[in-house]
Ligand binder design. Structure first.
Ligand SMILES: Cc1cc2nc3c(=O)[nH]c(=O)nc-3n(C[C@H](O)[C@H](O)[C@H](O)COP(=O)(O)O)c2cc1C
Length: 200
């Protein structure tokens, strides 16, 4: 039997993204997020515009999208309840968030020095992408932003690539970290051959 409920959240399960952005002093901020979806060479991100990440992105117009694998779950969890904003917003302070100027250090992740004008990439993440901000608008509330980004350069770890077709990721090797209803999960094994995969 189905029940009519008033769900607190609708986070049905999406891959975690670690976004690096340039702070005003030229250092790199790093923040976990998971309200992200992908289409062709673009993606849409949903983020609080009270985050340091959105402030940095609106100012700089760019970011690095680092996708952790399930193996980096500890590092991602260490970044929870941190913000790169020195003036921690009151609602976050009440939830226990703290200002953290060096998120790479807190997470125990390695910063790969950014190309000129770009924030650092996360060495441990198998997928690292340079992305340019195309559009930003309010989403659902004035405190949330929908950010459309275009991917302009992509680094992929050999370990997840198909050795015979080097521009393709092998989905059996890619083990994303999934956030579902605020808890961490990985993927299971393939369920069924896909007819779409044959035409792609
Ligand atoms: C796994 C995970 C997923 C998250 N997903 C989102 C998200 O999709 N959108 C968002 O606004 N915040 C999300 N957060 C919370 C942000 O990380 C948080 O607002 C953080 O303070 C942002 O950092 P910043 O202020 O340095 O940018 C997520 C946190 C975790 C740990």
């Amino acid at each position: 039997m189905h029940q009519i409920i008033e769900p607190k959240i609708l986070y049905f399960g999406t891959p975690v993204v670690l976004i690096s952005t340039l702070n005003e002093d030229g250092s790199s901020n790093l923040a976990p997020m998971s309200s992200a979806w992908w289409l062709n060479d673009s993606c849409m991100l949903g983020m609080s515009n009270r985050s340091q990440t959105v402030r940095n992105m609106l100012r700089e117009g760019r970011c690095v999208l680092n996708l952790p694998s399930a193996g980096q779950v500890d590092a991602v969890d260490r970044l929870a309840l941190t913000t790169g904003r020195g003036d921690v917003p009151e609602y976050k302070a009440q939830m226990g968030y703290c200002y953290e100027p060096d998120k790479f250090k807190v997470a125990g992740l390695t910063a790969v020095a950014g190309e000129p004008g770009w924030p650092a990439r996360v060495a441990e993440c198998p997928v690292q992408m340079h992305a340019l901000l195309e559009h930003a608008r309010d989403f659902s509330s004035p405190h949330l932003a929908a950010l459309e980004l275009r991917i302009v350069q992509t680094w992929m770890d050999d370990a997840i690539l198909n050795p015979e077709r080097r521009h393709y990721v092998d989905p059996d090797k890619w083990r994303p970290l999934i956030m579902s209803f605020t808890e961490f999960y990985g993927l299971g094994t393939q369920l069924h051959p896909s007819r779409l995969a044959q035409v792609f």
